[in-house]
Design a protein around this ligand. Sequence first.
Ligand code: NDP
Length: 505
Amino acid sequence: MSLAEHRDAGPDQRRVPETFESTAPATGAVVAVFQVHGPDEVRAAVDRARVAAASWADLGFDGRRTRLAAYRGYLARRVHELADLVHRENGKPHADAILEITLAVDHLAWAATHARTVLGPRRVSPGLLAANHAAWLEYQPLGVVGVIGPWNYPVFTPMGSITYALAAGNAVVFKPSEHTPAVGTWLADAWRAAVPEVPDAVQVVTGLGETGAALCRAGVGKLAFTGSAPTGRKVMAACAETLTPVLMELGGKDAMIVDDDADVAAAADAAVWGAMSNAGQTCIGIERVYATERVYDAFVAEVTERVRGLRPGTDEAAAYGPMTMAAQTDVVRRHVDDAVAAGGRVAAGGTVEGRFVAPTVLLDVPETSAAVREETFGPTLTISRVRDAEEALERANANAHGLAGAVFSRSKARAMDLARRMRSGMTSVNSVLTFASVPALPFGGVGESGFGRIHGADGLREFTRAKAITRRRFPLPVDLMSFTRPAAAADALARVMGLVHGRHR
Ligand code: NDP
């Protein structure tokens, strides 16, 4: 049974195919053929990874840093080769693929360099009650981390989990999206070539949704999922069967606020990049703009002017490529049609030809329509006029998603205040998406955008368990946690507590 037959078949006739093809979105040409790994193969990969995890953990922070540096070097020396594969399989321009790979390599360097400081053993204060003990805290690896990734940033996104999990001392089994298995396989092959002593510390299993579901049930220590909220719910349900903890990086509907005193040209430039680059298939892409009355007209003029110079395509001059997934064009079309039916105006674009969506700007779209409420994941932007930045913030926050966002204002204090109050995991001021390129900053969302964090110190801790150890340094004359304690000891303790804490009201 082919992949197409599998999709079209009813649940009764559905059989999982043995292989599937990855195709170039631009031409439909076959990139490569991959095996569909079933539950037994997935479990075998996790079992191998468990053995590798023990050797990998034994290398310690310094040993792992050296090997991760070799992996980083391997990737950096082959950036064009990998970018070419990303271009073919995902459809994005070669230059955008290079940017994505560069970011991933930079994060890999940060994670490897900072793992010891963030996770290594440290002494903490034992406090009053355990003053005769030394107290230690350290963050230990989980063993094997399962990673399920999407197709839109097939290097940057999964590597945000893979490299931080590795730096924390875990092995990884990665299930790439069925739309980008060649890129996932390349990353695992690169690991084997760069770190041949522990080849099974990074493995790839390929297949469809069922393979991902099998990974959830294969006994991993944690499952890091990036994808849509509906699939995220299925992954959580499967992981709940074995109490496997999860990290959920889900979709977004990110907003930009353009305040009265904003640099309108800079805001427009950033909004167009944030909305249209990667054909809008960016979870932290800008999908909605709220511009104040004072700047609205100028902002709309700047955006439409810039959008006029953009077009999708496969040639060097194209601003972005085709939609990676054919079905996503239907979502974009539905959102545009719904916006227009509800009274919205198309200021630019609005057309879909095959897999290519014209850069689309929508005005006066009601807040209740799908184009404002749901993730579009295409090169579209709604721009709404608001009274002031407070109304902009209110509307930005009135969405179930809460991944990221942007604020444009020349007032540092005002912009920081709006950024803090934006209901999102990440906000950039006077730029878009910048937080993703700062390795020390955590990445993740709130609400329908998920929970847990990759990147930064939080991203390292995400793939560990905190371990607490105390060691008695000397005995006390009276041991409160012993049946030998004198009867008066509890009264003495109550008096000390009164002295130390009782004065607080
Ligand atoms: P999906 O949710 O469709 O798929 C994500 C991954 O889950 C794929 O590898 C998919 O495999 C796999 N999968 C599908 N069904 C199951 C299942 N039942 N059990 C386990 N795994 C399963 O998302 P997309 O690939 O379409 O990615 C786009 C979405 O990802 C967008 O909503 C986007 O916003 C979000 N995203 C979020 C990011 C973030 O960091 N917050 C970053 C990037 C994207 P297969 O492809 O083989 O079906």
